[in-house]
Design a protein around this ligand. Sequence first.
Ligand code: PMT
Length: 215
Amino acid sequence: LSGKKVLITLGGTREAIDPVRFISNHSSGKMGMALAHASIQAGAKTTLIVGSISIGLEKRAEIIEVISAEEMYQAVMKRIESQDLFISCAAVADFRPKKVSKNKIKKNNQSMSIELIENRDILASVCQLNKKPICIGFAAETENFIENAKIKLKQKRCDAILLNDISNTEIGLNSDENELHLITKNNSYKIKQNTKQIVAEKIINKLADYFFTSS
Ligand code: PMT
């Protein structure tokens, strides 16, 4: 990927409820950071849009830290035009509270509910741009794996999807290892269970061969 520009989103987003509470998920940022190491090793100028993570930052990358899905959307859109490859590894919250309370919500011995509204889909928005990079999405699934991943590939109109099983606690979300299927319109490759770093290196090699090597 020498001379190429790669933008990766990673980590979870935090959607505020009030000044002290938020909705989020268990993404650690390990998969995205492993992809960042592999992308830099492959020679790419790498930019990271980082949500909430529980690991150290890759110092050789350009880093933009964000909190919410909307901030991540703005940060991606501001930089996407000049990129060659976009990898959407972040676990972006699909919903956010409709109203963010200015003050800490008090309990009053009654049940309460929070109305949620949908966040913008960052990956799908990038895939709709006229001048867009090669777009790689993830599919974090717990059932009907290949079928659901193919639906995401089609609906979001990306170039490939990396499918992982997040119901298995040994791999995927917040673990040190992963197993992925790289799914394109016409092909599917399995990358067997290994450390996230090894898996990331295999993915980056595969993407470089598939999308950037002219035969
Ligand atoms: O961070 P780790 O602990 O290492 O875990 C890695 C991971 C499990 C988070 C990662 O491998 C992964 O699967 N990331 C995608 C998580 C996810 O949000 O999947 P999804 O199937 O809900 O979304 C599909 C795709 O759309 C993803 O590329 C996602 O980044 C993107 N998306 C989703 C919603 C939204 N509003 N905007 C988006 O861009």
